[in-house]
Design a protein around this ligand. Sequence first.
Ligand SMILES: CC(C)(COP(=O)(O)OP(=O)(O)OC[C@H]1O[C@@H](n2cnc3c(N)ncnc32)[C@H](O)[C@@H]1OP(=O)(O)O)[C@@H](O)C(=O)NCCC(=O)NCCS
Length: 187
Amino acid sequence: MEIPVQEYEAIEVRAAAKEDERAIKLLVRGERLNPLGLRWSRFLVATDNSGIVGAVQLREHFDGSRELGSLVVRKDARGKGVATRLIDALLLTASSRVFMITGAPFAQHYERWGFQRLEPANAPAPVCRNYRFRRFGGALAFLVGRRPNRPVVLVRAAPALLYAVGGAAPRPGRNRRVVPAGIRPPS
Ligand SMILES: CC(C)(COP(=O)(O)OP(=O)(O)OC[C@H]1O[C@@H](n2cnc3c(N)ncnc32)[C@H](O)[C@@H]1OP(=O)(O)O)[C@@H](O)C(=O)NCCC(=O)NCCS
């Protein structure tokens, strides 16, 4: 019997380096995500043998609030768990509450990490501002014939609180692995 040979592309998740800055910006801007605050040192990147295939960052706002942002995976690498790996790794470094903004149809997807919906008005001011920025972008996109998803704000409690309230620890995403080498808490 002939065994089919499957091509295996090893995905590595690591802290970004200065040399990754250009690739990160190309990925983020290519998907028209928030172009502001793309400091490379806050990013984790996913790589395979072709280079950088995904990125995510933990924005730290002036008031100390933190926001998971700029989550992007190169089109040809989607649907293989790359974003899941990035989020798993990023949240392992987060010791406080984390906010994020996503399209309403995807809110449920992030429950596995403990994210829950939050009224945008109850979010910290910088997160609320990014939410309004995204809604504004959505309105402009609508005018040129695209149909963007309505954004929602999500929050994940600090890990200590997540476990203290008696709930189960959030189920990590698929392909959970130990913290990859080179990952450090974002500065
Ligand atoms: C969203 C995105 C990062 C997912 O990357 P990925 O590596 O394909 O994700 P994974 O393989 O780990 O997981 C796929 C799941 O993500 C879900 N998902 C979560 N948020 C999503 C989003 N904003 N757009 C599309 N899919 C999303 C999909 O529904 C899919 O769920 P399923 O496995 O139940 O079908 C990728 O589609 C992308 O770069 N999109 C453009 C940029 C973007 O929308 N970023 C998200 C901002 S919150």
